[in-house]
Ligand binder design. Sequence first.
Ligand code: SF4
Length: 378
Amino acid sequence: MKYLAEFRDPERVRHSVAELARVTTQQWTVMEICGGQTHAIVRYGLDQLLPQGIELVHGPGCPVCVTPIEEIDQAIAVALLPGVTLCSFGDMLRVPGTDTDLLQARAQGADVRVVYSPLDAVELALAEPERDVVFFAVGFETTTPASAAAALRAKQLGIANFSLLSSHVRVPPAMSAILSSDECRVDGFLAAGHVCSVMGSAEYEPLCDRYQVPIVITGFEPLDILQGLLACVKQLEARAATGAAVHVENQYTRAVRESGNVHAQALVNEVFERAPRNWRGLGSIEQSGFELREGYAQLDARRRLQLEMPSLDPQGKAAASPCIAGRVLRGLEKPADCPCFARECTPETPLGAPMVSSEGACAAYFQHRGRSSQEAAR
Ligand code: SF4
């Protein structure tokens, strides 16, 4: 309980809020990167405790949400191939593709299964050698090591009927894309503690220097988030008052070391290399994805099954969708700004990934505020 009780202590929360009000002299917009942090903010109403000058906006920190629609379409196409079993995490099954989703593909006869780890998919390939088992791998630096471990195990065991459809992504290039956009309104970031527990903090430093935005590595409890925000705002105020340079700061010292988890990094580097990746709402970003290295080509589902990426029809259904997920993921709008929120779009009838995913911003607002946020927005 130690690390829960003390980071939810109401008295300490009140103290941090008062300190934030004391140091804030102007308007600042801070983006939390992680969907887990978004859920904590909305669940505990932290955004409603903040002084007027501070706004929190939600970023592209949900792996299910940032997977682009054409990669969902590709996974569906793979699942419909004869002899193929497609495995993924449960949230991925309900994310809408252009015409359908993986759950509906399963209803049409595709063999689509939920697994809790990539290694489960390797075990499935071992148990069912007559099936071609493909793991649809999504996630940030946090989950990529588990996919790397699965690839390594499959290679070591010489499993011929397992492959990965990799949609893994890296966080720092996405932050760079947000900061370089003309529409950017982000003054500082709360970086995701669990991502940094793997990757460390060094990769953030060039971002701080280049864009002069403070980045504070932050945990997931109420006090973590308020302390991270306080550290971020103090840097912003100091920059405004004296021109002081901003830097990477670590609020989540109980889990994050500067060097990160070097064993996990080595595993990822053994199996994956950096590649351009398309993100929902952000477009194509250089060096933002993880592709299997040449030595693991036999485990790359795109090469093995000779898959072409489905092209998007700019006039098609996806383009005509009223879902504003792309703007939500860039912090330009909030879920309750979407005209479909809690009306046409609910967790039972989701129009977009942020309502499907357990880490999605729209699901957070629906779960913790429901229709009240929609009504408040009107
Ligand atoms: S409420 Fe639904 S339709 Fe609106 S942005 Fe969120 S997921 Fe998309």
